[in-house]
Structure formats: structure tokens, C-alpha cells
Design a protein around this ligand. Sequence first.
Ligand SMILES: *Cc1c(COP(=O)(O)O)cnc(C)c1O
Length: 226
Amino acid sequence: MIVTRLAEIRRRIDAACRRAGRDPRQVRLLAVSKRQDEARVRAAVAAGQRLFGENYLQEAAARIARFGRGELSWHFIGHLQSNKAAQAAELFDMVETVDRVRIMAALDKRCGALGRTLDILLQVNVGREGQKSGVLPEEAEELARAAAQFPALRLRGLMTMPPFADEPEASRPHFRALAELAGELRPLFADPGHIELSMGMSADFEIAVEEGATIVRVGTLLFGER
Ligand SMILES: *Cc1c(COP(=O)(O)O)cnc(C)c1O
């Protein structure tokens, strides 16, 4: 039952917050609904879940059209090509996977035309994996500075996906590195008093919370296998 799983995940987030001396209200659960049956997503909405993450634009467009934006928030967490950025700018409340100036320029242009602002996160490849999206940590400052030239974009924080590992503890140094990097870049964020750190998935979200996550992205553990 999705309602039970939702409560259990929230309980585990809250427990991780207590262990780390954090306020549980600082951590939002993002339900990753990519490639999940609509009935499961509906069940999550019925159980009170309001924040969802999608990876594929076509699927997301259809789903957001059916579910609406009103009460729900949608974050884009997939790989973004610059020729698809305009569509992402129309659909989402936040784009978490920005890793190039070209993407920023395309998002900004569309948002400017729509007369809206868009929250973005920079995706950082903390594990330095060759095939992975995201900027390398040492490139993040330059990209964060570039965000200031785009009036429709609000740089809210950083996002990462650490290397896959069998042992959740293996993610901890990567989460810690992302939090440290965010601290170094603090003045470059739109709201330095509230920096978003999107990190942690089904296998390692509690460790991410202990290391300062403000958004944990949970799919399989909430909805079941895709
Ligand atoms: C699919 C996905 C998730 C969720 O992964 P689970 O292991 O199913 O919780 C989180 N973040 C990103 C970027 C994803 O693509």
C-alpha cells in the first residue's frame, strides 16, 4: 500500500533528522514517478504526496496535463538536452539537472517569454564518473556564477547522483562533498539562507538526510519496481 510506504519513508526521514539534529521540516520527499502506473501515482496523491519527480519529458507532459499543477509540484530530474529545455521550462516548477550554460540560456529564454521564473539546481558529478551527467566539482563555481546572467532563473542549490554501490554507506562521502561544495558556493545561490541539496534515493536517502539533504528522491521504495 502506497499510503503505508509513504508513512514509513517519512518516519525514516524524520528519524534520520533526529540522529543528525536537524528539523524534519527541512527535508522534502520527492516521489519519483517515472515509468510508474498512473494508479500508483494517484494513490500517492490521495495519500497526501504533493512533490513529484519525472525523468522523461514526453511521459511527464502527459502526466502533468492529467494531474495538473495546482496542488502538485513537479521537478525535472532527467537528462536534459538543450533542444528540449523550452518544453521543460513550460512544464516544471524546478529543473534539478542543469549542467551547462547552454541549458540555462534555453530555459531562461523560454521562461522570459512566459513571464515566469524557474528554480534550478546544478547537477554535480561528485563521483567523477566519465559517462555521467553533471559538472565536475571544480567546474561548479563557474556555472553557478553564470546563472546570475539569466534573469528568469533562480539558482537554488545542488543535486547529485553518486556512483552506484551495493553498500549505501559508500554514498556518504559523495553526499558530504556536495554539502561542502554548496557551502563554498553559498553567496552564489538565490537564497543563501535556504540552499537546496537534492541527494539520496531509495537505497541511501537516510544517509543523505544525515549529510544535509533538503530533497530526497525516492522511486522504487515508494511505488515498487518500474
Ligand atoms: C530514478 C531516479 C531516482 C529514484 O531512484 P529509486 O532508486 O527508484 O529510488 C532518483 N533520482 C534520479 C535522478 C532518478 O533518475
